[in-house]
Write a new protein. Sequence first.
Length: 589
Amino acid sequence: MSIKLETFYAPNPQPERAVSFLMSANDAADRFVYPYSTCVYLRGLTDTFDVDTYYVHSAKVTAASYSPGGRWIASGDECGNLRVWTPQNAEKTTQLEIRPISGPILDLTWTEDSAKLSVIGHGANGAYGSVMSSDTGAPMGEVIGHTKPVNTGCLRPVRPFKFVTAGDDNTHVFYKGPPFKFDHSTCDHQKFVLCARYAPNGSVYATVGLDGKVFVYDGVSGEKLRVFSFGSGISSISFSPDSTQALVSLLCGKSLVIKVEDGSVVEEYDFGQDVHNQQCGTLWTKKHKISISLNGTLNYLENGKSRSVMGHTCGLSSIAMIPGGFVSADSLGTVLFRKFKEAPYAVWNPFRGAPGVKAICTINNNAQVLVGCADFSLNVLSVEDGSLIRTIKFDKPINALLPFGDDVIIQTSDSLVLFKNDEFIPIPTSEKVSSAAVSQATNEIVYGTKSGMIFFIDIDGSVRGSAKSHDYEVTTISYSHDGSKVATSSNKFDITVWSRENLNEPIHTGWRFHSLRINKILFSKDGNHLITVSGDRTIRQWSLEKKRKYVEEKIAHFEGVVSAEWVDDSRIITIGDDSSIRQWIVEMI
């Protein structure tokens, strides 16, 4: 009698164009940390399904960084709230909670002893951050000497400690301390400076910016040592663990491994010149080199070859099962194909900002996927490689795609349309349609209306039966596997279950434990249990025999559960507005 998480498919990061996406890693745990929405994700470098989360911030998280050794993580949000907490226990114990600035925190770095923490951000009235004690928040110096917003800053990790900041005034400022005080400023760059980082041994630090240049400075004195130019804006730089090389990400779609001594290119990785391939961030650990693309793809780099790990970067809208895996789609129009517990093997429409996907379903014996988009188009994709086979233009909003034998029923905003042999055939309905479901076992359609009625019809619209299911609009309908039962829910979040053979009196009515709209109802194979998922973030289990719900509330997705499907008789998979996909083991009541 439980619902247990089995597999976590985490969302990928959300970089911004011409902004450095700063990542941090803990080699001992083989994890890296990055912000996503109001959450901090701790994700395995080698095993990307090793995922933990931190959901405490009430505002969008904008920066996160491991302390040396990995004992602590510092995270900051767009309201200027900073939290220092430990990832080493389930409670995520907080060491420090403070608001050092009144705007988004953009960059966080530590000293080697984890005692000092630099905080850089865009605060009000020219407050751009400070250095502080990581356990008490006591100030150890403020950011000064800039005339425009500061984008980045870094502490020298080893003694003697130094501090560097850089920003939109094309200037970087060097501080001595602690307490850290202004020493000198240098305006070497010709455009915005996006990232500044110290080498692990503290011998040098480097700044990179939109002018395509890498400036290398002495780590103790701040004296300029050398400059390298690469002809394209540079968003980020990470030093190798031995401090002799650096990984830089270019906005032209390339990542380069260069020698710190002379700037010569050791390795070059070209991801293409499409906008979504712009490289926005870098991370170099003892085992991995990673560059991140604008569309969130994590590119693992090694010896001149790259391996890309794609992922969703916005709320998911639909999911469909394929042999040995599933297809998922999001509100930015990206569709990913993957096998269970594997990285996606194919992607369609990797561009961020494309028309969102409203619904997907499999067709032609699971060999193809039909994708309905917000621009009213229907796109047929190959399951084998995710390629586009053809596009058909529809003229109405697409709310759902329901397989019906070899054909598909399209639920629009108020009607049903049969898609057959590339033709659109309207299905007559007695009232405007608010939701619908199809029984493959009985070749029957059921649809709900705003008046609370449900109608059972043939494909030609002939009415087989009807019932008053709710006093309000029917928002979700589902058939049992054999078509003998139907469950409905309304916009008041109540559930009614009917026997198809008796529409005079429901099997059960009045279940009302969800607090937001129920987005999907699943019947168990035996038809005696229901699984429901809702915008209230929960998965709930119900027993028709015991006439009750299972008392456990399982918080499944922290920004609402969008849909769910059965994987097998004891597993379900859910998608959420938090962009994650989660697979659960279900033990029935």
